[in-house]
Ligand binder design. Sequence first.
Ligand code: SF4
Length: 513
Amino acid sequence: MTVSKTWVKNYNELNDFEKLKLVNDGLDIVEKLPMYQKYGFESINLKERNLLKWAGVNVQRPRDAGYFLMRVKIPSGIMNSDQARVLATIAKDYGRGILDLTTRQAFQFHWLTIETISMIMNILDKVQLQTIGSEGDCPRTITGNPLAGIDPDETLDTRELVQEVSDYFQGNREFSNLPRKFKLSISANVYNAGHAQINDLAFTPAAKNNRYGFHVHVGGGLSSQPHLAQKLNLFVLPDEVLKVTIAVATLFRDFGYRKNRGHARLKFLLADWGKAKFETELLKLTGPLERGGIDLTLGWNAGYFYGVHPQRQPGLNYVGLSVPLGRLSADDLLEVARCADKYGDGSLRTCLSKNLVLVNIPTENIEALLAETILKRFTPYPKPFVGYTVSCTGKEFCNLAFAETKEFASRLAQTLGKRVDLDTPLRIHVNGCPNSCGQLQIADIGLRATLETVKGRNAGKFELSIGGSLGMSAGFAATLQGAVPSGRVHQVLEDFISLYKTQRHFQESFHDF
Ligand code: SF4
């Protein structure tokens, strides 16, 4: 197949980055890495630094210090202890000993230098881990059900399907120049473990005529203009998922907007076309697909799997661990890998909530596993605030951030934990800028750093939003007026939570309150 350029309708309407992408396929940057390694950070011009995203590499804050962060894809969060050890060793040798889990089930290194990037990619490749496609204007990591294959609450084992779609798009130059990122989710978990509505394309469990398949959602996404994905009237069998994914990616590539990067995600095309036209154009590419089917989604687990639970396989269990704010040391990850080997079969999973799950643990090993020191810190039974607080990367490493977020979120969760007695989890998400890597719009309470300045310095204030959910009545958190100084946030949240506790009806969620 030749690479289509049918999307180039009017060169003068392309934004500058699109013009650059016309003559530089993002994937070509991978071949330049050995040269950068030889000549160093200064040899990478500003345009090329943006293209490094196609290799999963981004310039770390501050921009000119010569350090990079790098994301490693873990499709559907499925991995093993050998891969975990390689990740930990890379973090130890080249990344100052730390790793972060991301809200797309990936691992993120920091402090890498350009001299090490190419070598790290080779090391990862040997254990089937990829960074290409974790960033850039291309199909991103396929997120999904971290319990795929072991889950009593899934209709289908989606592991092979995720791998098939992931393999198809890995380094595929047909789709390496999309208008923006293209986020995918495939899950057959009935509690929406793949966060379907915030993806450009998502497949969720459905049934028709005694067959299990999927419903298709398109056009979701967060950032500063969030959209919930819309469900098409399609019933897709597992062996049609790849075909539908290719067709949606093709529509996005050929008809998506390339004039303004802030208006380039699939959600804007869908909003303009409407569902009916989108379906018509999709079916022109796929051929006939079935309609209807029963939606099997029952609710939303928000990506949390804490505790010890029986698997679909008798005698085996999964153990959901809390990794506070998704931050691990290399030694932490080595310990988790050791536990996966010692008490299970070496399998582990990453969650959209930035946590970990140990799987395939025989019942007779549970007691000894729970007694391990690492499970005191990465406990399966976290306290309500520490276990349910998420933050984006923030000023520690991100060039776009207005505020430090991880330390702030950690202090906030600990303060609330000491001062507020709450019997239900409350999800607090902290973002360092108007982008939404911390996914504040789907949180019970979202906090977003504001641009406001005092005497030329950021005022250190956070905007609040409340009531986000991807449950049966999905909706984004409503933004409240004004902004709160960072030092007063815990007090304001205490007041909110007290109000919620005294006025809620029975187990009413924050979203419904
Ligand atoms: Fe950076 Fe903003 Fe994303 Fe936070 S939300 S990691 S500050 S871009």
